[in-house]
Ligand binder design. Structure first.
Ligand code: R5P
Length: 319
């Protein structure tokens, strides 16, 4: 039988440590730099048969450790690495262990949409918790009610103010913010609030397949107005493509701006989005920015994450 994994001491007053996963290394470096420390080293190798070989610097012992790993593609590889790193840090004696997951993959399945489906987000949350995370920091998770899925305390941050500020100079006051599906209406309202805009429209979307969606109608008035199309994530680009096409058929072709927190850009997403001819576009670096449409700004999250870590530590009583 395996030995139980327990916290070795309270993190109050414990030294801060940043532990980078391979899908978060550059962000972890920037966060650590802002916090004035050097990230701990990790070994994230893969055996020839595909198994991960994971280890963390034993100096993690007694620290208040923040492990930064995005669940970006390859999602399954990065998920396994995350839970193995958590286990390694916990077994090495981290006093406090927070999983910092800038992009939480598997978030689209937070319930059974049809009989027989797995509730993937619940499984992922269970894995993260049972591997040793005491708490987690997330950025714009797809599911607003993510608190009801995880049992550990969550700090849910948002990149929306940063992304809105990034595109703001190119958004005129009469612009309309467009949600590409009903689930994004609240997000569109938040962008409108940040930008001081009072018009929000929504697209009726039906997903045909993983790479194809149909935008059947646009609800709201945007005729002749510049539009800001917003989403929490861009995967294949099919949602943006269908939404932009429906907007143009309904309203004409005024300037189009795009903002989304998580730019996964899988398959031919980059080409699909470039063909839309946007006037401004911004995504964050919650997903390691290895590719993005030309002209898309990558808004860094290191200040947001470092600020959250700093605030949490200043709230903890001194040990
Ligand atoms: C769906 O509910 C999400 O908010 C995104 O609209 C969707 O995941 C984007 O995927 P894709 O870029 O493949 O259309």
């Amino acid at each position: 039988m395996d030995t139980p994994i327990t916290r070795v001491s309270s993190p109050a007053g414990a030294r801060l440590a940043i532990v980078p996963g391979s899908a978060g290394r550059s962000l972890a470096d920037a966060v650590a730099h802002r916090l004035g420390i050097t990230p701990l080293s990790t070994r994230t190798r893969t055996f020839p048969d595909g198994e991960h070989d994971i280890a963390v610097d034993p100096d993690v012992r007694g620290t208040d450790a923040y492990l930064i790993q995005s669940l970006e593609p390859p999602v399954n590889e990065n998920l396994v690495e995350l839970v193995l790193l958590l286990d390694a840090a916990r077994r090495a004696g981290a006093a406090g262990l927070t999983a910092v997951i800038p992009y939480l993959g598997y978030s689209r399945k937070d319930r059974r949409a049809s009989p027989g489906e797995a509730v993937s987000l619940r499984v992922v949350a269970n894995l993260i918790e049972s591997s040793g995370a005491d708490e987690a920091i997330l950025v714009d998770p797809h599911v607003p009610q993510v608190d009801s899925i995880f049992s550990i305390p969550l700090d849910v941050l948002s990149a929306v103010p940063l992304l809105a500020a990034s595109v703001a100079p190119l958004i005129p006051p009469e612009a309309v913010v467009v949600a590409p599906d009903l689930g994004a209406v609240h997000l569109a309202e938040r962008y409108a609030g940040e930008l001081g805009l009072d018009r929000v429209a929504v697209i009726r979307k039906t997903r045909v397949s993983g790479t194809n969606v149909e935008a059947t109608a646009v609800i709201g008035d945007g005729a002749g107005r510049a539009a800001l199309l917003v989403d929490d994530m861009i995967s294949t680009g099919s949602t943006l493509e269908a939404a932009a096409s429906r907007m143009r058929e309904t309203w004409g072709v005024p300037p189009l701006a795009i903002a989304a927190t998580h730019g996964l850009f899988v398959g031919d997403a980059v080409a699909r989005i470039e063909s839309l001819g946007f006037s401004a576009m911004a995504v964050s670096n919650s997903v390691t920015p290895t590719r993005a449409p030309a002209g898309c700004r990558i808004v860094p999250l290191d200040e947001l994450l470092a600020g959250a870590i700093d605030r949490r530590r200043s709230r903890r009583p001194a040990g």
